[in-house]
Write a protein that binds this ligand. Structure first.
Ligand code: PLP
Length: 367
């Protein structure tokens, strides 16, 4: 393997599963052999034993500390990915005869809408589909229905590189899909009833999904669902109604400790602003050689999709970048071009390296 980073690892710009902090990988490797000197691997322990009790307790406490999650919110570790939540939330909260409001800012909200429509009535309160999902709505353009059961939006649109700077205000419980930007900055809990996130970007390996929800919503949820689909059951059983993905939860716990060790979400946000600015500057100072997909007002700190002047140059860019150990830069098939995903654990050095490469590539190819 060719590698040119100071740590000997490739620069992994993947949109997910994504780069993890090296210290997390090292600790996880030790625990795969022997968890906390128990003489057994984290993969072998019973999910009901004392060692795994500790894993869940610590991961939950550290998650609460990282996100400054108020006590009235329950923290659940679930399975089925963020996609499972597209069905679970309407099953639990879309009462028969009710309406759920959705803000359609990309493929992931659109998939959530499709699933919710199979369960109940959906009102699309805003859609950016006609504008190729380049933007986020202004508050005055959102057309909430009169009495929704809940509102659903996605804080960061992984494919299009758009982000909500502040959460919308919804009078019903607001549910946020934060799969691709959770814990990249502080969360405004006053505006949210529930947050869900697949782990494989900012939290840990795929296999666990975080659901953080206000306890009063558990009481109001539909009780007539199969057990695995009920948030209340998962809450009652401490996320261990059935056999949970222990290793993924363990790794998530290590990531939470890492975030705390580097100064928490305020520090992480400053770092993410610096990192993304380096790449946006490379786009904006290229005299039009590079074009970003997202409107400037709503640029993401996590995912930066952009194009060169032609599909041929996009391909040349990706091939050359690969030879420099910058991998997984190919844009999502629905947008094309290039996408740099630079989640929390992606090194600052890597953003600098990409920006230098972009300037050099543009110089050589007519920028
Ligand atoms: C914003 C967003 N929501 C949902 C998903 C789906 O996640 P999963 O594959 O965990 O179901 C993704 C995956 O990339 C995503 O980026």
């Amino acid at each position: 393997m060719t590698s040119h980073t100071s740590t000997g690892r490739k620069l992994n710009f993947s949109a997910g599963p994504a780069v993890l902090p090296e210290c997390v990988l090292e600790q996880a490797a030790v625990a795969v052999q022997d968890l906390d000197d128990t003489g057994m691997s984290v993969l072998e322990h019973s999910h009901r034993g004392a060692a795994i009790d500790r894993v869940f307790e610590e991961a939950t406490a550290d998650c609460r500390a990282v996100g400054a999650i108020p006590e009235e919110f329950e923290i659940l570790f679930l399975q089925g990915g963020a996609s499972m939540q597209f069905a679970m939330t309407p099953l639990n909260f879309l009462a028969s005869g009710g309406v759920a409001d959705y803000l359609d800012t990309g493929s992931w909200t659109s998939k959530a809408i499709d699933d919710a429509r199979k369960i109940g009535e959906v009102h699309v309160a805003w859609s950016g589909r006609e504008q190729a999902y380049r933007s986020i709505p202004n508050p005055q353009d959102i057309c909430w229905s009169s009495d929704p059961s809940y509102g659903w939006y996605c804080t960061n649109n992984t494919i299009y590189g758009t982000t909500w700077e502040t959460a919308p205000i919804c009078k019903a419980p607001l549910i946020a899909d934060m799969s691709s930007d959770i814990f990249s900055r502080p969360i405004d809990w006053d505006r949210h009833g529930m947050v869900i996130a697949g782990a494989q970007k900012n939290i840990g390996p795929a296999g666990v999904t975080l659901a953080i929800l206000r306890r009063d919503l558990l009481d109001a949820a539909n009780p007539d669902l199969p057990a695995m689909l009920r948030y209340a059951i998962h809450a009652e059983k401490g996320s261990r109604y059935n056999t949970p993905p222990v290793f993924a939860v363990y790794c998530a716990g290590l990531v939470f400790k890492w975030i705390l060790s580097i100064g928490g979400l305020q520090a992480v946000e400053s770092m993410n602003r610096r990192k993304s600015a380096v790449i946006y500057n490379a786009i904006d100072s290229s005299n039009g050689f590079y074009t970003g997909h997202a409107d400037k007002a709503c640029r993401s700190m996590m995912n930066i999709p952009f194009t060169t002047p032609s599909a041929e140059l996009d391909t040349a860019f990706l091939n050359e970048a690969e030879t420099e150990s910058m991998c997984n830069l190919k844009g999502h098939r629905s947008v094309g071009g290039i996408r740099a995903s630079i989640y929390n654990a992606f090194p600052e050095e890597g953003c600098q390296r990409l920006a230098e490469f972009m300037a050099d590539f543009a110089d050589r190819h007519g920028g």
